[in-house]
Design a protein around this ligand. Structure first.
Ligand SMILES: Nc1ncnc2c1ncn2[C@@H]1O[C@H](COP(=O)(O)OP(=O)(O)OP(=O)(O)O)[C@@H](O)[C@H]1O
Length: 235
């Protein structure tokens, strides 16, 4: 799963923010400090509209920071960098597909693009894991919303990565698949991967996170997984 990092030494944060101000001309929340190292899962939580998606997009370089600093792989964020694209898998929940490619072809394309050996086997396993085997020859337009979400997750997991960034991956999943996702994220960290995710799901937070960042307009707080899950449940 893991990809060698050019500059980051062992245990160095794969993603880091210092006094990072995020928003659209005006900040949407308090400045953010965070670091995610190999083997850590940081869950960003907060009420609707507090800026979780904005934070992930800024850290990935899709949005410019309003102030402060963000780093990926120990360097200022550059989403075009080959190292970043090779090391960072992401699923931000956007239904972005090639309309004429099937489910299986999307996953194979992802594997080929990232030089996955035994791509066919990897893809068949992911189809099975995410309950998509029966839909492998369907095009995205013919899928249900939940099936499209599972395809996005499967695609993020089909490729090698050192850092996985997920925006509310539990959305549109049934209880069983949310439970599976929790275990999958735990396995990711146990294998030395790093995960940064936004979540509204107490089970995902309690079961997978190693730390929780609670954000709102005026403050940010770092909590343990159990307190973080309780904070999510109380939102
Ligand atoms: N493209 C945009 N231009 C201007 N404002 C935006 C844009 N996208 C989001 N916002 C605003 O920024 C704030 C933070 O939105 P964001 O989507 O980051 O919140 P969130 O915490 O992810 O919310 P949710 O839990 O509902 O997904 C909200 O007030 C939102 O309306």
């Amino acid at each position: 799963m893991s990809h060698d990092l050019a500059d980051a030494g062992p245990g160095a944060p794969l993603v880091r923010a210092d006094g990072l101000q995020i928003g659209y001309r005006l900040p949407v929340c308090a400045p953010v400090d965070l670091a995610v190292r190999p083997g850590e899962v940081l869950a960003v939580v907060g009420a609707n509209g507090t800026g979780k998606s904005t934070l992930l997009r800024t850290i990935l370089g899709h949005l410019e920071p309003l102030g402060g600093r963000a780093e990926l792989l120990g360097r200022p964020v550059d989403p075009r960098s080959l190292d970043v694209r090779a090391a960072v898998a992401q699923d931000l929940g956007d239904d972005m597909f090639f309309p004429a490619l099937t489910v299986r072809e999307h996953l194979l394309l992802t594997c080929y693009g990232h030089r996955v050996t035994d791509a066919e086997e990897v893809v068949e396993d992911l189809l099975e894991e995410f309950g998509l085997t029966d839909r492998a020859d369907a095009v995205p337009g013919a899928l249900s919303s939940g099936q499209r979400r599972r395809l996005l997750l499967a695609a993020a997991l089909a490729r090698p990565r050192s850092l996985l960034v997920l925006d509310e991956p539990e959305q549109r999943l049934d209880v069983g698949m949310r439970h599976h996702l929790t275990g999958r994220l735990r396995e990711e960290r146990e294998a030395g991967g790093a995960v940064l995710l936004a979540s509204h799901d107490p089970e995902v937070v309690a079961g997978a996170a190693t730390a929780v960042l609670l954000i709102d307009e005026t403050t940010t707080r770092t909590l343990g997984p159990q307190d973080g899950a309780a904070a999510v449940a109380a939102l």
